[in-house]
Design a binder for this molecule. Structure first.
Ligand code: ADP
Ligand code: ADP
Length: 220
């Protein structure tokens, strides 16, 4: 469980080739970094994997199925594409409860994920008072509601201070150690060094290379 497979994946937006015949895999027990400059096609790829953007050709699957065909998708895959998406006027706990209701999960799950990301003491505060690091944690808490086998994060370290990045690193490591699949994008090699075990590098929508962080660093 938890196998991501991208195969011959392409996306063209009105003449812009955002993703170009991309193929790679990511699997359980590893934090896989997805590295490329801004505009390389990372978000588009992750959105295709999550069924939010339709591929022009090729496939993006989790455990052999497209996201839209997965039974119990919230239990298989969690994602944070935009950590600032939470409703500003709600408390962190109420934000999570709305998602619990939508996913058919008990409200007690909101408190469990607040605890998981270290936000128990902030659950009664409104999201508009949260720092960027706290919003990122709330996004991760939302993604973890269904206790998914796969966690996908788009630029989670963007704008965070070193303490925030340190927390994310520890959290992602613990998920991988539990045998989950973690995929995390960034446009900075330095972030990949601290966050990931393996790295998939893309540029202009195409695969440049895939290897362990150590292998990649040995050749740059
Ligand atoms: P990254 O996440 O690596 O920064 P994106 O996937 O966001 O890259 O973008 C890849 C390319 O596709 C860019 O040229 C971007 O401008 C373009 N693009 C992304 N989304 C759309 C869209 N909805 N419509 C048109 N072009 C898009
Ligand atoms: P899809 O083909 O995945 O349904 P669309 O091509 O309909 O996506 O694009 C969604 C919206 O984003 C459109 O209104 C498009 O004009 C707009 N858009 C255009 N250029 C970009 C860009 N560079 N990055 C993000 N969104 C863009």
């Amino acid at each position: 469980e938890g196998h991501i497979e991208i195969s011959g994946l392409s996306k063209t937006y009105r003449g812009v080739q955002a993703v170009d015949r991309l193929s790679f895999t990511a699997g359980p027990g590893r934090v896989t970094g997805f590295l490329g400059p801004n505009g390389a096609g990372k978000s588009t790829t992750l959105r295709m994997l999550l069924g939010l953007v339709r591929p022009t050709s090729g496939t993006a699957t989790i455990d052999g199925r497209r996201y839209t065909d997965l039974p119990n998708p919230v239990r298989r895959v969690g994602a944070v594409l935009d950590a600032t998406a939470a409703h500003q006027g709600r408390t962190g706990r109420n934000h999570l409860r709305v998602y619990c209701a939508a996913a058919g999960l008990p409200y007690s799950r909101a408190d469990e994920v607040l605890e998981l990301v270290g936000l128990s003491n902030a659950g009664n505060r409104k999201v508009k008072g949260y720092s960027l690091g706290m919003r990122q944690r709330l996004g991760i808490a939302t993604a973890m509601l269904g206790d998914p086998r796969v966690l996908i994060l788009d630029e989670p370290a963007n704008g965070l201070d070193p303490e925030g990045i340190h927390w994310i690193r520890g959290f992602l490591r613990s998920l991988a150690a539990e045998g989950r699949t973690v995929m995390v994008s960034s446009h900075l090699l330095t972030e990949m060094q601290s966050l990931a075990d393996d790295v998939v590098i893309i540029a202009a929508g195409r695969l440049v290379r895939q290897g362990t962080v150590a292998e990649i660093l040995a050749t740059v």
